[in-house]
Design a protein around this ligand. Structure first.
Ligand code: SF4
Length: 454
């Protein structure tokens, strides 16, 4: 059940406008959207610049140190340019909010409110409290399901909508701060997720993107109190009238069970792009990361997925230079890259996160060595992804039209099942529709084409 948060009328008159900026993962993007829905429902109005806002809400990322620094640099920059003044209420949340909590008040005096990923629903109350006391408000812990129960229905979001199905993670990979910032894994009840999908479809959405730190281990309650697993959730979402495509992120290889692979085989609405982070190809490093699968098991999973759905595009995440990663370990990663042939993937140098088990490990590898490895990995990943891109030439792709191309207003921007961006000329009335496009050329990883009849 959704309830609308109420804020006193006096408060609305004093604090009318808000601006939201989001850093980090898709779950933060989802939270940013829900904060917009929440503050709008509470009577605030959204503006497009911090300069015009009474309240600036920052949804942050703590996965890498660099991402964390960005938010403080951004606040300092806005202060220099006068976009944030002493009268602006600054609310900082997301994973950095729960990672640092009160410490933020020492790091940056202009932050007034600190919230966590599980307390976004209490933001109007926190704003109200700060406005009346002028004392910093810190509220970072809550039950994840309370958050979803307290949010209003989502407003229109375009043709594709994120739907968070679970919050937190209990896997405790040794390098990762998420279990400490988003808390233990909690799944939303099936019916709440389906209601959110139905609401999105009524607002013109065609594609549902299911989100969670580890979607494959979803175990929400059915209406009768029994447990619904992820494959059943996929069938249920696919059965919602109007759902034309389903994406899901992120999958942990160890929980990608055969019933989920079977759902990928049976449900055409599931996209061809399946993101399965491997992180490293060395079993020794995977063990040190506490990833609980081997490179051979990962390859077996990919082979099963390709057998079930030959058109699947596997993308992945890689961490290079985990503490103690030897040249031999890194070569194991390159071996898996060459064997699996990943499509568009993400790779980063290991970033130490205080409070995680990996932060206590000796890390004798030089920064230069790590950067060299990253460069080699990214070069190879890019070569393979380019081969996939070229292979789309001459094919016909079913695409979801997302909007007008930013580079050329006479073209429409759309997304294929593989995740590739496809641009083509067509009327703006096609925005939000699924159409067939024949690919006629390729620019970097963008496909260009022309609309063809169904
Ligand atoms: S599965 Fe591992 S890397 Fe992913 S969020 Fe959970 S602890 Fe972090």
């Amino acid at each position: 059940m959704n309830t609308t948060t109420t804020v006193s009328t006096d408060f609305k008159l004093q604090l009318g406008s808000f601006y939201v900026e989001v850093w980090g993962c898709q779950m933060n993007v989802y939270d940013g959207g829900r904060i917009r829905d929440l503050l709008t429902a509470a009577g605030f109005s959204e503006v497009s610049s911090p300069k015009d806002a009474d309240i600036v809400v920052l949804v942050t990322c703590a996965v890498r140190a660099k991402a964390e620094d960005k938010v403080f640099n951004q606040i300092a920059s806005w202060q220099r340019t006068g976009d944030i003044t002493k009268d602006t209420i600054v609310a900082l949340g997301g994973c950095v909010g729960s990672e640092l909590a009160e410490k933020i008040l020492d790091l940056n005096k202009s932050v007034n409110i600190i919230f966590g990923p599980r307390t976004i629903h209490r933001l109007p109350q926190m704003i109200s409290e700060f406005a009346s006391t002028h004392k910093p408000v810190v509220d970072v812990t809550a039950d994840a399901i309370d958050k979803f129960d307290s949010l209003p229905d989502a407003g229109p979001v375009g043709p594709s909508a994120f739907v968070t199905i679970m919050e937190g993670c209990s896997n405790k990979c040794t390098y990762c701060i998420v279990p400490y910032t988003r808390g233990e894994e909690q799944s939303r009840p099936l019916q709440d997720i389906l209601d959110e999908c139905v609401n999105h479809i009524a607002n013109g959405v065609k594609e549902i993107h299911l989100l969670g730190q580890n979607v494959n281990s979803y175990h929400g309650l059915n209406p009768d109190g029994s447990i619904c697993n992820f494959s059943t959730l996929l069938y249920e979402v696919a059965a919602v009238p109007g759902v034309e495509r389903i994406r899901f992120t992120t999958s942990n290889p160890m929980d990608f069970s055969d019933d989920i692979i079977e759902a990928v085989q049976k449900l055409d609405v599931i996209s061809d792009q399946i993101h399965v982070p491997i992180q490293a190809g060395s079993d020794r490093i995977l063990k040190a990361m506490h990833r609980r699968y081997t490179a051979a098991q990962y390859i077996e999973l990919v082979n099963k997925l390709r057998k079930a759905r030959p058109s699947v595009h596997i993308s992945s995440d890689f961490i290079v230079g985990f503490p103690g990663e030897t040249d031999e370990d890194f070569e194991e990663t390159m071996k898996v890259v060459n064997e699996v042939k990943f499509d568009q993937s993400f790779s980063f140098v290991y970033s130490i996160r205080p409070g995680t088990p990996a932060a206590l490990l000796d890390d004798p590898i030089s920064k230069e060595t790590k950067m060299e490895r990253l460069y080699r990995l990214q070069k190879r990943l890019e070569e393979i992804a380019s081969e996939y891109t070229q292979a789309f030439l001459g094919t016909t792709q079913r695409v979801l039209v997302e909007g007008i191309s930013r580079k050329d207003e006479s073209e429409l921007k759309s997304r294929a099942s593989s995740g590739r961006i496809v641009v083509f000329k067509g009327p703006t009335s096609l925005v939000g529709q699924m159409v067939n496009v024949k690919i006629t050329s390729v620019v970097a990883h963008t496909l260009k084409g022309e609309i063809v009849n169904e």
